[in-house]
Design a protein. Structure first.
Length: 389
């Protein structure tokens, strides 16, 4: 476990993090979110301070068979100084072969996904399904370690179900297989977002990493806490209750990339409307540069616009119009018109109740995420028979 600087204990999250040979500028990471973590989204999160971001979860089978769409997802923007990639697979051998290929593509670190809960992923033996077989966990990391000299990590859950919590054994096996980092999401695969994150379970996993490393003379892997991190308060709670070396933000960044700034500055941060408007327009520009200005590009951007469209007076009508856009230019025009309705200094997520008291509204996008609709690695990515040549 890495120690924070004694010179300023109040800025723990801003301290650099050493992951194998990779030095990360701070301890606040962006999760590889399936269907979300594309180049434009990663760029805006990096601008707000995310220390490390990842290409979204990829299928080992798709990499092995050189699926065109999968390789397009690996594009890296010149501004991305550090970039990781995440892979999952239905066997340890498939993951190792994919990692050999990823190793040659210029990424800075590689993560093995053992936590994705999406049914179509787990039914193919990928994601959190790996947790059901402890020997496979160990073999997967061991073969992966042999396939790359890059910093290697694994992202896990506490177990497949609450009845089968095996986080201590899983983390021990990952540690003994020489992973440089382990990220622990504080839920099991079977638990929904409405179940509070279990920090005590994350702590047990971290303690297992420490004891396993000490008993075997292995290096202690960097430990990252994940789950329900939406602001500085929840980030501190994860750190204080688990002893993690850093945190990984997932849903908390959807429509709120300012969460990285808030956590790094360690104080509540609400962007003004002018700041909000500027960032949303910049995200649109990045999206157009990456995806073009087509109806398909507009459709891909809608979810981000709906996540952004929270926290200001009169924003429901904006959501209704943005939900139907077929052009990024139309989105810009809608936002321009909305900008005439609010003063630039209007803060986000603050309003007065009937008694005139100011309240903070913390938006949780879990209510708009449906596991059955999450893309994950698409069905076409999971079996060789349907791969593009």
């Amino acid at each position: 476990m890495q120690e924070q600087s004694k010179s300023n204990k109040n800025l723990f999250f801003s301290e650099p993090l050493q992951v194998g040979k990779l030095r990360v500028k701070n301890r606040v990471l962006l999760a590889p979110l399936a269907g979300v973590s594309d180049v434009p989204f990663r760029r805006v999160c990096q601008e707000q301070g995310a220390g490390l971001t990842y290409v979204e979860m990829l299928s080992a089978t798709a990499i092995r068979y050189k699926n065109k769409r999968t390789f397009e997802m690996m594009v890296r923007h010149p501004s991305e100084n550090l970039l990781g990639v995440q892979v999952t697979g239905s066997s340890a051998e498939d993951v190792a072969i994919a990692i050999e290929q990823l190793d040659a593509l210029g990424f800075d670190t590689i993560d093995i996904n053992m936590g994705c809960p999406v049914k179509k992923v787990t039914s193919a033996g990928c994601g959190s399904a790996i947790l059901k077989d402890p020997h496979r966990v160990e073999k997967t990391v061991r073969l992966a370690r042999q396939s790359t000299s890059l910093p290697l990590s694994a992202k896990i859950r506490l177990g497949f179900t609450r009845e089968d919590v095996n986080v201590t054994d899983t983390v021990s096996r990952i540690t003994l297989s020489a992973a440089d980092m382990v990220t622990i999401h504080g839920r099991t695969r079977s638990e929904s977002y409405s179940t509070p994150v279990d920090c005590s379970g994350v702590r047990l996993g971290i303690q297992s990493a420490i004891s396993s490393a000490c008993n075997s003379a292995r290096p202690i892997p960097v430990t990252i806490g994940n789950g329900d991190i939406f602001d500085i308060g929840s980030a501190r709670r994860m750190r204080e209750e688990t002893g993690c070396d850093g945190i990984m933000v997932s849903r908390g960044a959807l429509g709120n990339p300012w969460v990285f700034r808030e956590i790094l500055e360690e104080q509540t941060y609400n962007p003004t409307f002018a700041e909000w408007h500027d960032l949303v327009l910049r995200h649109l520009d990045y999206h157009q540069a990456h995806c073009g200005n087509t109806p398909t590009a507009a459709a891909l951007m809608r979810k981000h616009l709906l996540w952004y469209a929270k926290g200001y007076p009169g924003i429901k009508a904006l959501r209704d119009t943005l939900n139907r856009i077929e052009s990024l230019d139309v989105a810009r025009e809608i936002l321009k018109n909305f900008a005439t309705t609010l003063a630039p200094e209007t803060p986000r997520f603050v309003w007065c109740d009937v008694d005139g008291n100011a309240n903070k509204y913390m938006y949780d996008p879990k209510y708009e995420m449906d596991r059955q609709l999450d893309r994950g690695v698409g069905d076409e990515d999971l079996t060789p028979a349907t791969q593009e040549g």
